[in-house]
Every structure is written in structure tokens, then in C-alpha cells.
Design a protein around this ligand. Structure first.
Ligand SMILES: *Cc1c(COP(=O)(O)O)cnc(C)c1O
Length: 429
């Protein structure tokens, strides 16, 4: 299958080209040229096998197609269980069993495995540059660690991520170079953008990125929704409805694309934190990007959701149809705290602040009489956000083994001035 840009002016490309490029040359985002449809989906018995089945139509005819099964087996070697909650019909889809305990491990690992395959016969190593405010950089670093032919340079704002996050970012070494930048996340992002636009540099050092609009991160996220929906449908005969905690809309768009392929998914509702650009649009307002505000669910602190162009594309730019189809609600910090404390006290259930926004939305839908089987996407393990969660539940949380293994490695991020010249020098080294 070919991929086209949401802005319509860039030429169609193959899947491999879209994965390697990141952004389309006209500034748009790559989307599939057709919607593959199937009605007779059957569960294949594992997450990796279901992933290969739903991704197959997008890989058809591409150089990566013969490797799809192995890519899925390598990238999705940890589970995404659907667990029942204490309220009948409510479930949680746990997406935090990967190496850095957040759902971003799925997309990052699939992208890393794909790029490593595409790099196999290249003479020059590829450098991935990525700016991070916390979660993304760790997932990307973990995924690319040890991948042959690829070097990763991660930039994060020194002193502005949690100690646990800083440790995670700096603990890899080998082909992962972590720079703690004496500046803000915006400084880091500006430095990366400048590098990606520096043709003279790229003639000497081939560069790519791994940000949230990358097709190689976005498409594979369909897999866990497909797997959960197929198994649930086979077991109960019911479709699965979803609440997805949302920042840049990557994870939510993956759920919507899976549903568009005919998988047994029902309604999709989105939860944001106090950054309410999407809820305002869905209430009928204009789409009005804003400066983000800091919240307890910091991985969703987004004022201009980067996948919004894909959302409009999926509804053929028909805003009325889009507004009618999705329920979108903002959940502020007070409500996040309240839901974490209440679910613990009432049911012994613990959620990270991001997942808590989705739980709050599901509670509101149920209070309005919503029927059916629902799952909230649990995007991170609560122990990753211990400084928020532990005081609310009054106990220490166990750190999952993969995360504690990372925290035991020595960290060695290098200081870097917040200037492009400093980054350029590192990239040329
Ligand atoms: C990135 C992230 C989100 C938001 O996902 P998007 O795909 O950007 O909408 C939600 N929760 C956690 C824990 C995250 O790391």
C-alpha cells in the first residue's frame, strides 16, 4: 500500500519510505492511501500474531512485508492484558508492561525494529535525534539500545524531569547518547528541528527522528486494540468500547483506525487533562491550539495535538461528522486526584494520573446511563508517577521489574549548552 500526506501536495510513498522519512515533505503527516476492510477477523492467539494480521494490508508490496511477523514478534514480546475492574462491564487495558512501563514502548520498539531492518544494507549509520519532556525519550532509548547501524541522541531539559525519569534517560550508554540540556523542552525541540533541517549536516550524518507523528510508531499501536477487541468478542460476543487518555492523539488515532478496519470496537471516547483544546473543538468551537499548561498527567500536557490532521483526515475533513462521533472530555488535576484516591479506597484499584483521566470519563459516562463493555487504556504504570500517586493512596508502590532493572544501571547523561552549535558538534563527533 502507498501512503499519502494529510496536506495532499507531497507525492505518494511506500511504507518503508514513510517510516524512514517521519514527516512528509509538504509538512503533512503520512496516512494510508486506502482503508483496508475486513469483516471476518479472527483472534490469532497472541498479541504478536494479531498485530501481524492487522498490519499486513498496510505492509502489502513493501520491502518490509516479508519481515512483518518477525518485527511483531520482536517488538511485541510483552503482554497487553485486558483486566476486569470491580464495576461490572468496566475493564482496563494494561499497556504498561514494556521496558519503560508506558504504552510508548509498543510504538518505539516497532519503529526501532523496522528502521534496523531498513538500515541493514546501508553503509552509513543512521542517527535518530529526539527531544523529550520525559516519557518518549526513555521509550525510544530503550527500543533502539543495541540496534546495529543506529545511533540515538536524546535531548532533555536538565532539572525539569523527575529524578526517576532522568535516570531512565541516562542509563543506556552504548549507541544511546543522552544530553541534559541547560534549557527548556522548547530549547531541546528547537535544536532538534534545526538539525533535521540542516542539509549540510545531513550530507555527512544521515538523520531521522522518532517523534509521535512517525508512521512507524503510530500504525503498530493498532495492534493492542485489535488483540483486546478480538479476544473480548470471541469470549463474550460483545464489542469493546474504549476511553483513551489523549495528548498528541497518537494512541487515540490508532484505536480509531483499528475500528475503521472493521475490528469489533464500539464507541471511542477521549479524555484530556486540563489542556482542553480538543474538548473546546468538540463542543463546537474552532480548533484553537494553545500554550500547554502543566498538569499531574504531564505526558498529556499538549496544547497543539500533533495528530489532529490525521483525525480530520479520518473523517474526510467533515468536522460535523467528527464532532458527532466522538465523546471528548477534559479532566482537571482535582478530578485526577479524586479518582485515584476514590478507586483505591473503594476497590483497591491503582491508576497513574493519565489513566485516571480516562477512568473519570468512564465514570461520568456510566453515571449518564451508558451501557456496554468498556475498557480504559492504562497508558503508564502508576509506579512511574509515584510522587503523585503514593501520597493519594497512602502506601508505597512496587516498581515493576523492568523499570527497577533500568534504575539500577548507572546514569551518564552529558551536559549540553542550549544552542544548536553544541548539538551539531556532538552529531559530527
Ligand atoms: C504519551 C502519553 C499519553 C498521550 O498519548 P498520545 O498518543 O500523545 O495521545 C498518555 N499517557 C502516557 C502515560 C503517555 O506517556
Amino acid at each position: 500500500m502507498n501512503f499519502v500526506s494529510t496536506r495532499h501536495t507531497a507525492p505518494p510513498v511506500t511504507l518503508s519510505q514513510a517510516i524512514a522519512a517521519g514527516l512528509a515533505p509538504d509538512g503533512g503527516l503520512y496516512v494510508p492511501a486506502q482503508h483496508p476492510q475486513a469483516s471476518a477477523w479472527q483472534p490469532q492467539g497472541s498479541l504478536a500474531l494479531d498485530a501481524a494480521a492487522v498490519l499486513a494490508p498496510y505492509f502489502e508490496g513493501d520491502a518490509l512485508a516479508p519481515h512483518l511477523s518477525k518485527l511483531c514478534a520482536d517488538a511485541f514480546d510483552f503482554p497487553a492484558p485486558l483486566r476486569a475492574l470491580s464495576t461490572p462491564g468496566n475493564h482496563v487495558l494494561e499497556l504498561f508492561h514494556g521496558p519503560t512501563a508506558a504504552f510508548k514502548d509498543f510504538g518505539a520498539r516497532f519503529l526501532a525494529a523496522s528502521l534496523a531492518e531498513l538500515q541493514r544494507d546501508r553503509e552509513h549509520p543512521l542517527t535518530i535525534v529526539v527531544a523529550t519532556s520525559g516519557d518518549t525519550g526513555a521509550a525510544v532509548a530503550a527500543a533502539f539500545h543495541g540496534q546495529p547501524g543506529i545511533r540515538v541522541v536524546v535531548l532533555y531539559p536538565d532539572g525539569r524531569v523527575s529524578p526517576r525519569q532522568a535516570h531512565q534517560l541516562g542509563c543506556f550508554g552504548d549507541n544511546i547518547h543522552t544530553l541534559r540540556v541547560a534549557g527548556s523542552f522548547d530549547d531541546c525541540q528547537a535544536m532538534v528541528k534545526q538539525a533535521l533541517g540542516d542539509r549540510e549536516l545531513q550530507a555527512r550524518v544521515p538523520l531521522s527522528s522518532a517523534n509521535s507523528i512517525s508512521l512507524g510508531r503510530w500504525l503498530p499501536q493498532m495492534s493492542y486494540y485489535a488483540h483486546a477487541a478480538l479476544e473480548h468478542h470471541a469470549r463474550t460476543g460483545n464489542v469493546l468500547n474504549l476511553v483513551v487518555p489523549t495528548g498528541n492523539l497518537g494512541n487515540a488515532m490508532a484505536a480509531l483506525l483499528a475500528r475503521a478496519m472493521g475490528l469489533p470496537l464500539g464507541q471511542v471516547a477521549l479524555a484530556t487533562n486540563a489542556n482542553d483544546v480538543l474538548p473546546r473543538f468538540f463542543q463546537g468551537g474552532a480548533y484553537q491550539p494553545a500554550t500547554s499548561v502543566a498538569t499531574l498527567a504531564n505526558a498529556m500536557d499538549v496544547g497543539a495535538p500533533s495528530n489532529f490532521e490525521r483525525l480530520r483526515w479520518l473523517y474526510a475533513d467533515d468536522d460535523a461528522a467528527l464532532r458527532a462521533d466522538l465523546h471528548v472530555e477534559a479532566v482537571d488535576d482535582a478530578a485526577i486526584r479524586a479518582v485515584i484516591a476514590r478507586r483505591w479506597a473503594q476497590a483497591g484499584e491503582v491508576f497513574c494520573p493519565h489513566t485516571a483521566t480516562a477512568v473519570a470519563v468512564l465514570e461520568a459516562l456510566r453515571a449518564d446511563g451508558m451501557q456496554g463493555d468498556w475498557a480504559v487504556a492504562a497508558t503508564a504504570h502508576p509506579a512511574k508517577f509515584e510522587s503523585v500517586v503514593e501520597p493519594l493512596i497512602g502506601r508505597a508502590l512496587d516498581v515493576p521489574p523492568s523499570l527497577s532493572a533500568l534504575l539500577q544501571r548507572p546514569a551518564h547523561a552529558q551536559p549540553c549548552a542550549p544552542e544548536y552549535a553544541a548539538l551539531r558538534e556532538r552529531l559530527l563527533a
